[in-house]
Design a protein around this ligand. Structure first.
Ligand code: FES
Ligand code: FES
Length: 156
């Protein structure tokens, strides 16, 4: 069957099987920035935004989101032009192995779109589903707060 998505702003069409997981379809088509780990909805490494809402893509049937807009980490910023959240995560030491980072940043990005002035609890709740074995979370929370400050001050 054919499905169509808008991925990171670009129209795409893929040929898939009805039982394919969105995570597998994305990675099979080169979106390697979407990470697979537990394949059970537990770790959040595979988080993408579907119509601006974070989902674990290993829990989503690709056929079920036909026609939707999907955002991966490369849709919000790149190495050449990083989003403020990405800059803040680097500056605050919130990235170590980096495996969880795309998913965590997308969860934080969705939070800041809805709530540009989050409390610590709001941040903890937003990234609750994104497990990190490296950082102990404190640096990630600091990273989100740093990005909030940078956004408020209009940039770097
Ligand atoms: S790989 Fe999807 S939640 Fe862990
Ligand atoms: S930075 Fe390694 S899992 Fe989070």
């Amino acid at each position: 069957m054919k499905v169509q998505y808008v991925i990171n702003g670009k129209k795409t069409e893929f040929d898939i099987s009805p039982g394919d997981l969105l995570l597998d379809v994305l990675r099979d088509h080169g979106y390697y920035e979407v990470k697979g780990n537990c394949y059970g909805g537990s770790c959040g490494a595979c988080t993408v935004l579907i119509d601006d809402i974070p989902y674990a893509s290993c829990t989503v049937l690709a056929a079920g989101v036909d026609g939707k807009s999907i955002t991966t980490i490369k849709g919000i910023g790149t190495l050449q032009d990083p989003h403020l959240l990405q800059k803040a995560f680097v500056r605050s030491g919130a990235v170590q192995c980096g495996y969880c980072t795309p998913g965590t940043i997308l969860s934080a990005y969705a939070l800041l779109k809805k709530n540009p002035d989050p409390t610590d609890d709001d941040i903890k709740k937003a990234i609750d589903g994104n497990l990190c074995r490296c950082t102990g979370y404190i640096h990630q929370i600091e990273g989100v707060k740093m990005a909030v400050k940078m956004l408020r001050e209009g940039g770097e």
